[in-house]
Design a protein around this ligand. Structure first.
Ligand SMILES: Cc1cc2nc3c(=O)[nH]c(=O)nc-3n(C[C@H](O)[C@H](O)[C@H](O)COP(=O)(O)OP(=O)(O)OC[C@H]3O[C@@H](n4cnc5c(N)ncnc54)[C@H](O)[C@@H]3O)c2cc1C
Length: 469
């Protein structure tokens, strides 16, 4: 390996090839601190040409590569295994915004750009880049695209995939594919861009992307609605979509237990409803006309929903600060869950129309198999995406509960599958669910995926052990 490391040092500078344990440590543990892997170097190129040079060397020396952006992924995709045979290729120095084109409404950015910096650069140019996640201060656009990230504005603007028009990619052989096309129409063969998006670093390294921009909204309005059931939440979603159309940009479901946990662990975040309700929906409108139009739209929607007995009570934010406070409650659910103890988490998606039935049926199956478990259910209902998390019964210890994880996963994932859903809506497969997908994807689908992997990366040096086994 000395020859390989010396060649890397020669290619990008010795200070960017980290081998000392105290320098590499931060790149080897996942965000939730569940696993620490081992890599014999962390390599940090600064530009596309340097990435290509390093990948060429990995190809030549048969060295596995674990691409890493902000390392905020939740499925151990950006962390090496324990074998100490791979390098971590950190893309964070590729952080330049290359061009903003306000006529084509696109921006070309390098893959290590932090999402929040991209949002800010778009805003400075009078445009909106709508991808938004709680990890946006740390995650990179390369990681967002490689995991096809979702977030809070998918309902209106789509996942990362829908926000990307073109890519620049270094292949596993170290060749450069320049697909940085700012085209909304391009029917000239297989869509390679779509192949790399969501590939979790198993097919190549994304070094840059052309992103789609939108005009910023003139006004945003937020409301929190209290409801009797998840079925009423679905009725509210339909009503909101019919009345507000594309102005509806956020529709987040939170069960009463989620808010109880937030109130218990963050007492400053109490809601002012007179009584407790079974479900809550945080909804956001982004209006392209005016503040007044946004107010009318929201007030009429809530008024109609109250009149039709869909909504039992509602808080309409009257200021940006109030709106931020409502979103804060939503974003504190994962923190409150963690404070309460261990959870078994599921990031699932379903056809929106069956969500009420799925929740009822799965809750019952879990109660039957694991009496006393407490469901922490929230998520991007407008996208059919639920965080269906299971907390331990009051009397059970964390350790005893976590020992049942495989059995709990089986109940939830089998139920998701039976309702026509997916066991990974947002976070991907990584090293956590690569065995689980074998149960739910058909042999044909798995074979097609393996054929693509084999064709593009026959040496299997790109993020081996992730996504496909
Ligand atoms: C608090 C919190 C909230 C989150 N909320 C959401 C959410 O709402 N929606 C959502 O979808 N996700 C969410 N996530 C998950 C995570 O933030 C996203 O998946 C994010 O897109 C990952 O970006 P990253 O730069 O950190 O990628 P990393 O974690 O570094 O990598 C993710 C995957 O992409 C690969 N990769 C990274 N960069 C490249 C590259 N340039 N080329 C090829 N492969 C690459 C890695 O090998 C890995 O497989 C959240 C995470 C946290 C911690």
């Amino acid at each position: 390996m000395k020859e390989f490391l010396d060649a890397c040092r020669h290619a990008i500078g010795a200070q960017y090839v980290l081998t000392a344990a105290d320098e590499t440590a931060a790149y080897l543990t996942d965000w939730r601190r569940r696993f620490t892997g081992s890599a014999f170097a962390v390599v940090k190129p600064a530009c596309t040409e340097e990435v290509a040079a390093i990948v060429c060397l990995c190809h030549q020396f048969n060295v596995p590569i674990v691409p890493q952006g902000g390392n905020t992924g939740l499925v151990l995709g950006s962390i090496p295994d324990a074998s100490n045979t791979a390098i971590v290729l950190s893309l964070t120095r590729l952080n330049r915004i290359r061009v903003i084109d306000t006529v084509n409404n696109t921006m070309t950015v390098e893959s290590g750009c932090i999402l929040q910096n991209i949002q800010q650069a778009a805003a400075d140019a009078g445009r909106l880049f709508p991808l938004s996640l709680a990890s946006e201060g740390s995650c990179t656009i390369g990681g967002n695209l490689s995991s096809n990230a979702g977030g809070t504005a998918v309902l209106r603007y789509g996942n990362a995939r829908e926000l990307c028009l073109g890519l620049e990619v270094v292949t596993p052989q170290g060749e450069l594919w320049n697909g940085l096309r700012g085209l909304r129409k391009d029917n000239t063969g297989y869509d390679l861009r779509d192949l790399y998006i969501g590939a979790e670093g198993t097919l190549g390294i994304i070094t840059a992307a052309v992103l789609k921009l939108s005009p910023p909204p003139k006004a945003q309005r937020t409301a929190l609605a209290a409801l009797r059931s998840s079925d009423d939440a679905l009725r509210l979603l339909t009503l909101a979509q019919m009345r507000c159309s594309s102005a509806l940009t956020g529709f987040e479901l939170m069960s009463a237990f989620c808010l109880t946990l937030v109130g218990r662990h963050f007492p400053q975040m109490q809601l002012s409803f007179k009584e407790q309700h079974a479900q809550y929906v945080l909804l956001e409108l982004s209006d392209s006309e005016s503040e007044a139009h946004a107010n009318t739209l929201l007030e009429e929607l809530i008024g109609d929903a109250l009149q039709q007995d869909i909504v039992q009570d509602a808080i309409v934010a009257s200021s940006l600060a109030q709106s931020a406070a409502l979103w804060d409650i939503r974003e504190h659910i994962p923190l409150a869950q963690a404070a309460e103890g261990k959870n078994i988490k599921h990031d699932v998606s379903l056809p929106i129309s069956v969500i009420g039935d799925f929740i009822r049926s799965t809750d019952a199956l879990l109660q039957q198999a694991f009496p006393g478990v407490r469901m922490v259910i929230f998520g991007h209902l407008g996208d059919g995406n639920l965080h269906y998390n299971v907390a331990h019964p009051e009397q059970q210890t964390d350790a005893a509960f976590i020992a049942q994880q495989t059995a709990v996963n089986r109940v939830v994932h089998d139920s998701v599958h039976s309702f026509g859903g997916s066991i990974s809506a947002e976070h991907g497969i990584g090293a956590l669910k690569h065995e689980e997908i074998l149960r739910y994807k058909s042999t044909v689908e798995m074979q097609l995926m393996r054929t693509i992997k084999q064709a593009l990366d026959p040496q299997n040096i790109m993020n081996p052990g992730k996504l496909l086994t």
